[in-house]
Design a protein around this ligand. Structure first.
Ligand SMILES: Cc1cc2nc3c(=O)[nH]c(=O)nc-3n(C[C@H](O)[C@H](O)[C@H](O)COP(=O)(O)O)c2cc1C
Length: 207
């Protein structure tokens, strides 16, 4: 099988897994999945995320209760909660240190900050939170694809109460909020056949 086929096969293999068996993901494979998240692109390279890996069973069960009792959460091997950053305005120390990594001379950095201010600072807090969440979803997609590529299942979950999950995790809510719940493990049941719009429906070429 060539690499194109192997990747598409992984895309077909991935499904929103509703129940995991009790097999644990080897540490090396879990780290590989997390690395795919870490290497993901983000707007301005800000990396507006953090990946919290819940392995504690009692904590998983607490989270499940505030996530529509979805069994994926308590049955998975590793529960990744992707946190989105709030401290991403141009004046925030975190933002400045991320932008400084571009290694620009002061004039260039000022120019970059000017563009950044125009893009981010005029927006309200909620819009900024959603902007960070968008980046988190890219990391989530990459983690799910990487997992599927090595035969590990996942399920993206946005059916949860973010403030309750924040409290369970004990995170600093001045800086973070939980954006996506992402369990990983191994399926109990075979996946149902996929429902997707046709290629011609979702793809339009302008020539
Ligand atoms: C952002 C997002 C949130 C989702 N939230 C949930 C969820 O809370 N519970 C769930 O069982 N599936 C959830 N899903 C899974 C979708 O229902 C699923 O991906 C879609 O129906 C396509 O099926 P497939 O992933 O099995 O191919 C979510 C998917 C995405 C992308």
């Amino acid at each position: 099988m060539n690499t194109k086929q192997a990747f598409l096969e992984a895309m077909n293999y991935r499904h929103a897994c509703k129940l995991f068996n009790d097999k644990k993901i080897p540490t090396e494979d879990l780290n590989y999945i997390l690395e795919a998240g870490r290497l993901s692109p983000s707007s301005f390279g800000i990396e507006q995320w953090k990946f919290v890996v819940v392995q504690n069973q009692a904590m998983k069960e607490e989270i499940e209760k505030v996530a529509w009792n979805q069994k994926q959460i308590s049955t998975c091997s590793d529960l990744v909660i992707i946190l989105a950053r709030k401290d991403v305005r141009s004046s925030d120390a975190y933002t400045q240190s991320q932008l400084q990594r571009w290694g620009l001379p002061q004039e260039g950095l000022n120019g970059l900050l000017g563009v950044y201010k125009g893009w981010v600072d005029g927006r309200d807090d909620h819009t900024i939170e959603l902007w960070s969440e968008k980046q988190c979803y890219i990391a989530a997609g990459n983690m799910m694809s990487a997992a599927a590529f090595i035969g590990i299942d996942s399920c993206p979950i946005e059916g949860f109460l973010s403030d309750k999950v924040d409290a369970i995790l004990g995170i600093d809510t001045a800086i973070f909020h939980s954006a996506l719940v992402l369990p990983f493990g191994y399926r109990v049941n075979e996946a149902k056949s996929k429902h997707r719009l046709s290629f011609d429906t979702v793809v339009e070429f302008k020539k």
